[in-house]
Design a protein around this ligand. Structure first.
Ligand SMILES: Nc1ncnc2c1ncn2[C@@H]1O[C@H](COP(=O)(O)OP(=O)(O)O)[C@@H](O)[C@H]1O
Ligand SMILES: [Mg+2]
Length: 684
């Protein structure tokens, strides 16, 4: 087995597929790479999404809980602010109740000197109403309407309680419109609020509220001895009064805004109607007259609870808290609301969701990237092997790039290349032995053909030989008679006799006949070779010495190239001499215009044969002549017998040798006599 050149096999270079192809393959999952990558990606996608959803859920929960806690705290602050407004009112009224002017007027029963002092107090304390009632509960003085009706007994519960208990009293109260009107028409007008139709509100046919929600404080006016003289009563109308809600917004929410809207809002409800608020409506004005949702109203107004949660307020969602506002008797007459705009929380929630999703997507992308890398490292060599295997199947010995890695893939590519090498070597060996076989068959066929031709030739020779022998024998005796008699007659005739020339022609032609007959006899004589150890070089030189003086050799240069170490050959000397002679004569005849005759000898120790070659520089032979060269009587010469070569051929053959001819027109001719050194086996 021969080692095939390693470099012959070409190493495969993979063409990189375009991104479209890769994406299609990824989706279709037709390659190991895409299947691996997809599995990895899907496996990482699920936890990423779950993390995102759970994470955002947790954040949402946390944010809401915290925001709601904040709102609850805000509500407490708002309540404090509301309560402190009521407290301040109460303090102011209690202090002003001790004024001498009021005491003096009440004890005198004459309100005439009160106007200036009462107006001053009302303005200083920003009161909407300031009233003095006497010990019997009759209206003594109304600051806003001093000239109005007076003396009627008041039914007002705050005042009555102050009178009865001889103590200051403060509370939020709903004050009916006629009371407001008695104080001032402007006050009644401020309290009157048209109810806006509000979605989600309690069903109701009321279109307007006319009563006012008021902060109220009453303080008894007494003599220094402690006798009750009357009550000083101050009131602040909350309807359309932004003081408290704005104070809440200012202190609790620091006037913060989000996208042009206040983040924190506060509202005071009279029942479920907004009477004081900084929640804005669609037109940007305070949303006075709109109503709370039915759900909130039911919880706070009907059940007296504090309501906390998400609430849709006017036009936005808020995280809100509503606390009941109770009057002196503990009845719920309104609500205090604080709310924080939900949108900032939602926005930050969305932002965190986006961040989460971004991180998740990044994670998935990273995993996908790694998966593709890993998959490629696995699948690329496999793909390469597939391509290489296909090419090997097509008869091309492709090798794959060997990987230095120590894993299965490295092993696989190394084994693959080893396989390729061995396959290639085996294939080559097979091809070589096939070639060798073919060559053997060819040479064997040629040999057979030559042997067959030889066989035909020798059979022909044998047949012709027999014929010739018979003819020669029959002709020889009469021919001898003709020659003897014509020779004798020629001797007897005197010189110049007219027959003499004709007789000479008869003698010559008869001699030529004898030559032919002799040739025939030579040809037909099946004499057994008398074998002796022959020195062929010597034999060649003897033959040449015999003929070189003949006229045909006159213009021919003779050269020798005889191998002095030529071994002896077991052969018949006479017959060999005749063979050489016939060939040399033919050569000389072929070089009638002159030339070179070259005699050489050589031997082949392996084949155990000796060659004697006779070369001339004559005209050579055309193919048709060469084909019939050894046929008896084939001649191209006018006076030739055509027997020389056929005789030579017969003799060489009897020595189990070969007579080879190499000739072409214009190249001269070489005859080679090849004889076995050991001679022919003694078979005949
Ligand atoms: N050396 C040679 N060069 C050219 N032709 C040759 C040579 N030897 C033989 N021949 C051809 O072979 C023929 C047969 O030769 P051969 O048998 O000796 O008969 P012959 O010499 O009587 O013609 C010749 O007539 C000639 O045409
Ligand atoms: Mg001849």
């Amino acid at each position: 087995m021969t080692e095939p050149g390693r470099n012959e096999a070409e190493t495969i270079r993979l063409e990189k597929p375009g991104w479209r192809t890769r994406a299609r393959m990824w989706l279709a999952g037709t390659t190991i790479q895409s299947r691996l990558a997809r599995t990895f990606t899907l496996a990482s996608l699920a936890p990423a999404l779950v993390t995102a959803v759970v994470g955002v859920g947790m954040i949402r929960h946390g944010v809401y809980a915290q925001a709601q806690a904040q709102v609850n705290a805000n509500l407490e602050s708002a309540k404090d602010i509301y309560q402190s407004a009521l407290d301040r009112l109460q303090d102011a009224i209690r202090i002003h109740a001790t004024r001498m002017v009021i005491y003096g007027a009440l004890s005198r029963g004459d309100p005439s000197g009160l106007a200036e002092e009462m107006d001053r107090i009302r303005r200083a304390e920003r009161l909407d109403a300031l009233t003095i009632v006497d010990a019997d509960g009759r209206v003594f003085y109304r600051s806003l309407n001093p000239s109005g009706p007076r003396g009627e007994v008041t039914e007002d519960r705050v005042i009555r309680q102050a009178l009865e208990r001889l103590q200051p009293v403060a509370a939020t109260m709903i004050v009916p419109p006629d009371v407001l009107l008695r104080n001032s028409p402007a006050l009644a007008a401020r309290a009157a609020i048209k109810i806006e139709p509000t979605p989600r509100a309690r069903p109701g046919s009321q279109t307007e509220i006319t009563a006012g929600l008021m902060l109220r404080a009453s303080a008894p006016v007494t003599t220094p001895a402690g006798r009750m003289l009357g009550v000083l009563d101050g009131a602040i109308l909350l309807n359309r009064n932004p003081d408290i809600v704005d104070a809440i917004r200012r202190t609790v929410f620091k006037e913060e805004e989000y996208e042009g809207r206040p983040t924190g809002t506060a509202t005071i409800f009279e029942n479920d109607v907004r009477v004081s608020t900084n929640v804005r409506g669609a037109d940007g004005t305070r949303a006075i007259g709109t109503r709370a949702s039915a759900e909130v109203a039911d919880a706070v107004l009907s059940r007296g609870e504090t309501w906390r949660g998400r609430a849709f307020v006017v036009q936005d969602w808020y995280l809100a808290a509503y606390a009941p506002i109770r009057d002196l008797g503990g009845a719920t007459i309104g609500m205090l609301y604080v709310g924080v705009l939900e949108k900032p929380f939602m926005d930050s929630l969305w932002r965190s969701l986006l961040v989460f999703l971004g991180i998740a997507a990044g994670g998935v992308a990273l995993v996908n990237l790694i998966a593709v890398r890993v998959a490629k490292r696995i699948s690329a060599p496999i793909h390469e092997l597939t391509v290489a295997a296909r090419r090997i199947a097509e008869g091309e010995y492709a090798r794959v790039a060997e990987r230095s890695t120590d894993d299965e893939i490295g092993d696989l590519s190394r084994s693959f290349n080893t396989m390729t090498t061995e396959l290639q070597a085996a294939h080559q060996a097979l091809r070589e032995s096939a070639d060798q076989l073919e060559r053997k068959v060819e040479s064997r066929t040629a040999e057979l053909r030559r042997m067959q031709a030889q066989l035909i030739q020798s059979e022909k020779m044998v047949a012709i030989g027999k014929l010739a022998a018979g003819v020669a024998h029959e002709i020889n005796n009469p021919l001898t008679g003709v020659l003897t008699n014509s020779s004798l007659m020629l001797e007897d005739l005197p010189d110049g006799h007219p027959w003499r020339e004709d007789l000479q022609t008869i003698v010559n032609e008869t001699l030529r006949c004898r030559k032919i007959v002799k040739g025939l006899l030579d040809f037909s004589r099946q004499t057994k070779p008398q074998r002796t150890q022959l020195e062929l070089n010597q034999l060649v030189e003897d033959v040449l010495a015999l003929v070189r003086n003949q006229t045909v050799f006159r213009s021919i240069k003779i050269t020798y190239d005889l191998d002095p170490r030529l071994p002896r050959v077991l052969a018949d000397a006479d017959q060999m001499r005749q063979v050489v002679l016939n060939i040399v004569l033919n050569a000389a005849e072929a070089m009638a215009q002159g030339g070179e005759l070259r005699l050489s000898s050589s031997w082949d120790p392996a084949r155990r044969t000796v060659d004697v070659a006779v070369s001339d520089t004559g005209p050579g032979m055309p193919d048709d002549v060469r084909a019939r060269l050894f046929e008896p009587f084939f001649t191209t010469k006018r006076t030739g017998t055509g027997l020389g070569l056929s005789v030579a051929y017969g003799l060489v053959e009897r020595h189990h040798g070969e007579l080879l001819v190499d000739s072409a027109r214009g190249r001269g001719t070489t005859f080679t006599i090849r004889l076995p050194i050991e001679g022919a086996p003694d078979d005949d």
